[in-house]
Design a protein around this ligand. Structure first.
Ligand code: GTP
Ligand code: MG
Length: 416
């Protein structure tokens, strides 16, 4: 009770009296009759205190929710990383040795769920491509012109593109001419072999340890998912223990820098930005300088998806490229083009246009989760010979996967 008595009661009562007196004077000045003044003053004070308390409770609730959300995001990302590590371990360790593993069944379940998520992401592409090929092959007993024509139509409508489709049909026809292809069931295996050949070509691997800072310049038209992909990548690199810096090179779109800032906060990495409308090359210059000064491992540079005209955008990208190279010789080490899979053949046209302006090192194909047009991956590999590095299978921070041709083929074809 000592503490209760020690409270400054006298001061508080005096303060309250003073407040009520001032309120009464205020009420008198607006013409409130004397008999109601004290009551009204008490009522106003009571209301004021209630509003302040409510605002305080709301503020507490909001900050509690925000800290919970960021904890969940980080926990989710960490969980994903653990799953990947466990998945790799299962692939490389012989089954007998897993007797010593504490909970092998649980691990298998986790690795399966990783594969399941990729399957779910690719399910529409799977049914529009392999599902239709399978039902066509099941309905036929022999290989004839009619079957090949229908197959051709399926491949084109699944966004493999005319050129790639003709290449595939041509291979099937020559196998048939050599009498290697005699039953419809063999068509499936031949298709798998041909797709594997298309998807696995020689290309420079993405090795972020090959330079420091390793500069990744992210380009693409507006809305394809550049900023989101940068956020997801920043998070993955940061979880791998890399020091990451983000450059907000999209100074054209209002709120683009704020969007990157939010991703930076989620991934807990620094963002270098200028004001809206600033020169994107100046952002690239400052971001490169900061990356060197802070000894960053990776610099991810966002760029605008749209300027006033397309020609300007390409010229701007070339200029950014030159600025980066001047500040960090050899940079950008990776020009990563982001393409939206839902745009199908349009994505291929975009890739060709960008490739002419700034030679591409890799592609991130986003929004595979919502489309049946995933066959575009095959057209990109066949026609551009630029490796698909990552695929986006959702909007969450851990919905970006490194692209693996074998896994892609097995997810598409082993889903019986
Ligand atoms: N479903 C799905 N949505 C995605 C994926 N990647 C990005 N998005 C969504 O696509 C929308 C556009 O993404 P942004 O990252 O803002 O695209 P941007 O290329 O930076 O766009 P600009 O800054 O306007 O040029 C956002 O609503 C993202 O959440 C993905 O893999 N799957
Ligand atoms: Mg953006």
């Amino acid at each position: 009770m000592e503490w209760f008595r020690s409270l400054p009661w006298v001061d508080m009562v005096e303060w309250l009296n003073a407040v009520i007196l001032s309120l009464s004077q205020l009420l008198a000045s607006v013409g409130v009759p004397e008999e109601y003044r004290q009551l009204a003053a008490f009522a106003i004070l009571y209301l004021g205190v209630t509003v302040v308390v409510l605002l305080f409770v709301l503020f507490l609730l909001k900050s509690f929710r925000r800290s919970k959300e960021s904890d969940d995001g980080i926990a989710q990302a960490e969980e994903q990383k653990k799953q990947t590590e466990k998945h790799d371990a299962i692939e490389f360790e012989p089954a007998e040795e897993s007797v010593l593993e504490p909970e092998p069944e649980e691990e298998l379940e986790e690795s399966l769920s990783l594969l399941e998520r990729l399957k779910r992401g690719l399910s529409k592409t799977q049914s529009s491509l392999v599902g239709r090929v399978d039902s066509l092959l099941r309905s036929r007993t022999s290989i004839d012109e009619d079957l090949l024509e229908e197959l051709e139509e399926i491949l084109i409508t699944a966004d493999l593109g005319i050129k790639t489709t003709q290449q595939l049909i041509g291979s099937l026809e020559s196998s048939q001419a050599r009498s290697e292809l005699i039953s419809p069931s063999q068509v499936r295996q031949l298709l798998i072999d041909e797709l594997r050949k298309i998807l696995t070509f020689e290309s420079k691997p993405l090795d972020v340890t090959s330079a420091a800072p390793f500069v990744i310049m992210v380009i693409g038209v507006n809305g394809v998912g550049k900023t989101t992909t940068i956020g997801k990548l920043a998070n993955q690199f940061a979880l791998d223990g890399k020091k990451v810096i983000l450059g907000a090179g999209d100074t054209f779109r209002a709120a683009a820098a704020e969007q990157l800032q939010i991703w930076g906060e989620r991934a807990e990495v620094e963002v270098i930005s200028h004001t809206e409308g600033a020169d994107p090359s100046a952002v690239a210059f400052d971001a490169a300088k900061a990356a060197v000064a802070r000894k960053a491992d990776i610099l991810l540079l966002d760029t605008a998806g749209r300027l006033h005209t397309k020609v300007n955008l390409m010229e701007e990208l070339k200029k950014i490229r030159r600025v980066l190279d001047r500040e960090i010789p050899g940079a950008p080490h990776e020009v990563l083009l982001v393409l939206d899979a839902t745009t199908g053949q349009n994505a291929l046209t975009q890739a060709q246009l960008f490739n002419q302006a700034v030679p591409l090192d890799g592609i991130a194909l986003t929004k595979l989760d919502g489309t049946a047009k995933g066959g575009i991956i095959i057209a990109i590999a066949a026609e551009l010979q630029v490796p698909v590095r990552f695929v986006g299978i959702g909007e969450k921070i851990d919905d970006l996967r490194p692209f693996d041709a074998e896994m892609f083929i097995s997810v598409l074809f082993d889903s019986e």
